[in-house]
Design a protein around this ligand. Sequence first.
Ligand code: ZN
Length: 472
Amino acid sequence: MTTKPSLLLALLVAAFAVSPSAQSPAPQPDWKAVEDEAMRHYQALIRFDTSVSEKSAAEYIKQVFDQNGIPARMLSKDPERPNVLARLKGSGRKRPLLLMGHTDTVPVDASKWRFPPFSATRDGGYVYGRGAIDDKDNLTAAFVTMLLLKRHNVPLDRDVIFLAESGEESASQLGIGHMIAEYYPEIDAEYCIAEGGDTIREGGEVRYATVQVTEKVVRGVELTARGISGHGSVPLKSNAIARLGNAVGRFTTWQPDVRIDETMGTYFRRLAMQAPPERARYYRDVLSPDPKVSGPAADWLFEHEPRHASMVRTSVSPNIFTGGYRSNVIPSEAKARLDVRMVPGEDGPALLEQIRKAINDPEVDVQFTGGGGTRPPIPATRIDSELFKTIEAAVTSVYKVPTLPTMSTYATDMWQLRARGMQCVGIGSAVDIEDQTKGFGMHSDQERLLESELHRFVRLNWEIVSELARAR
Ligand SMILES: [Zn+2]
């Protein structure tokens, strides 16, 4: 009996499909339908005012998970401020992957908003609303990715865990702190993906994506100036307030030494490769081991790109100044609080010495607030890791741009997980860099995201997660 060509073809196709050497490709969702669904969830999540209580958003997430057959639990320390935890089971061949997004937002001054802050108004290709880029974009992208994995029955080599956190902005003891203290085995994972990276659009085009692999360490330093007290009608050279003023004034021109580690070295090298030559020069110079070259470059950054200036060193910002109680009394003491953001591995006592030298006044005492201890350095997520490389490949596929590893100048919830050995990265949807100066940035009196960038970000999340977790 001869085999008809069409049957032969069918047999060949079938044989190929079950061939153990062929890797199962990730299923391709119907992206048009996914976009509609993602927009619906994104708008719904923005429309819950979660600046005080996250409960409404948490209930919504749990309800959608329930409808889709994904087991989810609300876990809370304060019942008004619950977290939502869900898990898709894998074969256990690899350790889990944790996806995090926070449901809370910072508060709003509604009078400053063109569109009501919880309206999720769509206008001119943007979605406006509090949380649009912090963090309801990450939350939506991770949430939709979970729904897609379930709906397509994607076989998994590892569990994928989803955590919608409460309290990220101001009460992390209710969110990540509570989850670590009470439920750590349920969120324990090899990898974790959360907010903290930025995908930079400039002139309407995505230029590069930054992936947060480490973050600065927040410390407070207190300056105490002492002088002789007296009657305000008789000025004294030892005046504590004037002394403190001089000390604090130093920080407009002086900052600690430039300290660049492997992460930031890679960041500035890659940034220089795609920046205009007049800016690229400073990114290269700041890496020089010669302080005569790196110093002026760091000064230029301090003047023109303060965020980059904070990334090349431990930073010092005087943010609170207290002293005096009556206009006719010279006080004997005045205090200032410095917000110090240390690069990982900074030597605390050596830093205090640098600050003392810069102030150069023995009558001004310089101490860490809350004791002198420094927590042991937390290693950065490695850029040669499977996690980072997978993200880099997904960024190339979705945006066609380079990936730069970066360090947050602020703290995120990830440090507590990194401290336990989890490899974490922060990613973010693509935002116009021009929006920051127009007042549309995170925490601004307006917040917005391009609809098209929400959709690309969902796609990015899908590519990363399905690549890391699907069965081979
Ligand atoms: Zn955030």
